[in-house]
Design a protein around this ligand. Structure first.
Ligand code: HEC
Ligand code: HEC
Length: 231
């Protein structure tokens, strides 16, 4: 009774929610997903943990993903990170450009529809710390594809690590072509603004980007995905 009350009252207080969160992780995830994904906020913030982790953290999945995408993807888990998790383990050394060693990548577990819906519902309840994402930050202003692409590829160098189409861009970050379908816009905005606030130790640089430019980059990513859908 007592810990439950504390967790409810202090859900945003790290110290309190940390100790009690495990009890709140739905069983459907605990049994099948916890071996590869952090479902509660990890204590360690070191680079070693990123190197060792077998999958991306899911303890803030509810603040990150669009639920419809989760249901679809869990049944048909196409690659998001071209070089897997963690990318240095899956690129061949000694080559001038990164080449992915496809044979070292394993396929993601596939769920049937009912399981995918249950897992997606459960994931949406894991929202992480209350201040992780700036809610309402994204203003949904249109940006021309040419302008957005110039910011993404040239001015901010995002394409060094991200692909905006298969084979177009770097391999050390998640693909961006379908990121707008996958991710909540406020999450995209907040991640670009301060990657380490969300993913401690991650190697995406924290740049000093104005709100106006964060809006352009986020709009570009959201629109890119909408364009993919029409193909
Ligand atoms: C054997 C390890 C393993 C297991 C078990 C596993 N996953 Fe994953 N998961 C991964 C890896 C690796 C990725 C990254 C895939 C990629 O980027 O293409 C991933 C990616 C994901 C993503 C996308 C995350 C993101 O940030 O892009 C979701 C959602 C997900 N898994 C959910 C689940 C659920 C739900 C379960 C349990 C039913 C599960 N996973 C079980 C290894 C695993
Ligand atoms: C040095 C490499 C690097 C650069 C440069 C970089 N990123 Fe990233 N980015 C990453 C990595 C690594 C991740 C998270 C990896 C993970 O979740 O496994 C990431 C995550 C993201 C995400 C969240 C994607 C998701 O599916 O979780 C977005 C959106 C993003 N980056 C946008 C950008 C934008 C916009 C720029 C340019 C301003 C940029 N990135 C520059 C490496 C980079």
């Amino acid at each position: 009774m007592k810990p439950y009350l504390l967790a409810t009252i202090g859900a945003s207080l790290f110290a309190v929610s940390f100790g009690t969160q495990a009890a709140n992780v739905p069983e459907v995830l605990q049994s099948k997903c916890a071996s590869c994904h952090a479902l509660t906020q990890p204590e360690s913030t070191s680079l070693d943990r990123l190197w060792e982790r077998k999958g991306p953290d899911l303890y803030y999945a509810g603040s990150k993903f669009n639920k419809d995408w989760l249901v679809k993807w869990l049944q048909n888990p196409v690659k998001i990170r071209p070089a897997g998790e963690f990318y240095r383990k899956h690129v061949k050394p000694g080559t001038k450009e990164d080449v992915v060693d496809e044979s070292s990548l394993t396929a993601h577990p596939e769920l049937i529809t009912a399981e995918a819906e249950a897992a997606a519902n459960a994931l949406m309840t894991l929202t992480g710390p209350a201040d992780l994402v700036e809610k309402g930050a994204f203003k949904n202003q249109k940006v021309t594809t040419a302008m957005g692409a110039m910011y993404f590829n040239k001015l901010r160098g995002c394409s060094a690590c991200h692909t905006t189409a298969p084979g177009k861009g770097g391999l050390s970050g998640p693909e961006i072509a379908t990121a707008g379908e996958r991710l909540q816009p406020d999450f995209i905005y907040s991640y670009i603004k301060d990657p380490q606030k969300i993913d401690k130790g991650i190697w995406m640089p924290k740049l000093d980007i104005s709100d106006a430019d964060l809006q352009k980059l986020t709009s570009y990513i959201v629109q890119l995905s909408a364009k993919e859908d029409k193909k």
